[in-house]
Design a protein around this ligand. Structure first.
Ligand code: ATR
Length: 285
């Protein structure tokens, strides 16, 4: 090992509250090892009342980190407290990736890039049609709506139990985004090329509603941002009905790529070994 490697061991973190369930240390640890890079990535739990102080220590260098990931419930505060959030974060009002540059704290949100990179990898051509249906209007749906709009989908239909929340997102993300109550699902699925579940329905063994996907185009894709279980009840139904499905695990893996590159200087690759590592970890818990 040469001197520069000995003296330069960048440290990065994932913070949340709680944070112990985060799989980010496994992902980044795998890449550090694969690329034989010096450095570390660790879970660093911070309670909401301590978050502003944590950001101060991050910015002034006393925390010793070059940057890190931010998860629930700190994404909005991370955006507000960063010196330079990028345009993606600005529109979402939330940041999940922070890094220091010339003493300034920069911020972005990589969830949308994770979403599109997963589909690009697992189902090329997923973006060939005009109409997409986003089921759910919670925090997790925002980056997805932004990503499909920026990818060029012409009609983005957000369907939610509470239609007012879907309407807020239509107002936020512009004229291509339309809000609907759940009762309109069959109608908006007509000729759709992509269905994205962003609700918590079907997560961790919870029941999910029966959905008839048959109004969609025959080569449509159904995806879920939930990845526990890997094949959610919504994905299982879509597959039984003959549609292509893409699970949400790759979104988690791909959203980690830009941060790793910022902190450790190399662009890592999402490969099958990494996927298998996370699946094995999911089976343990
Ligand atoms: P997150 O930030 O993880 O997206 P959230 O803000 O609580 O979490 O949003 C969860 C999403 O799942 C919402 O779209 C929610 O619908 P409402 O906005 O109407 O609450 C949806 N959801 C959760 N449980 C649901 C249920 N039993 N039936 C229908 N939708 C549900």
């Amino acid at each position: 090992m040469d001197d520069s490697r000995e003296t330069h061991r960048p440290k990065a973190f994932v913070t949340g509250f709680p944070v112990k369930h985060s799989r980010s240390p496994l992902i980044h640890g795998y890449w550090l090892k694969m690329l034989d890079l010096p450095g570390s990535y660790q879970a660093h739990e911070v309670a909401p009342e301590g978050f502003a102080d944590f950001i101060v220590s991050l910015r002034n260098g006393s925390a010793g980190f070059v940057g890190g990931n931010v998860t629930i419930p700190h994404k909005e505060m991370a955006f507000k407290l960063a010196d330079q959030p990028d345009e993606l974060s600005e529109e979402l009002g939330a940041s999940n990736t922070l890094w220091l540059e010339d003493g300034k704290l920069l911020a972005t949100n990589t969830d949308g890039r994770g979403f599109t990179a997963n589909l690009d990898e697992r189902h090329p051509g997923w973006d060939r049609h005009d109409r997409v249906v986003v089921f759910g209007a919670g925090g997790a749906s925002r980056a997805v709506i932004q990503a499909v709009r920026d990818r060029g989908f012409k009609e983005i239909h957000v369907v939610n139990r509470t239609v007012e929340r879907a309407q807020e997102l239509a107002d936020r993300f512009g004229p291509k985004v339309h809000a609907h109550p759940t009762a309109a699902l069959a109608e908006v699925l007509t000729r759709a090329g992509l269905f994205i579940n962003t609700t918590s329905l079907g997560m961790d063994g919870e029941a999910a509603p029966a959905i008839d996907f048959s109004p969609m185009l025959s080569d449509a894709v159904v995806t879920d941002i939930v990845y526990v279980p890997l094949k959610t009840p919504i994905l299982a139904q879509a597959e039984e009905q003959g549609f292509a499905i893409v699970d949400g695990l790759g979104m988690l893996l791909h959203q980690a790529v830009p941060g790793f590159e910022k902190w450790f200087g190399r662009r890592p690759v999402v490969d099958e070994t990494l996927r298998a590592l996370i699946i094995a970890d999911m089976e343990k818990h």
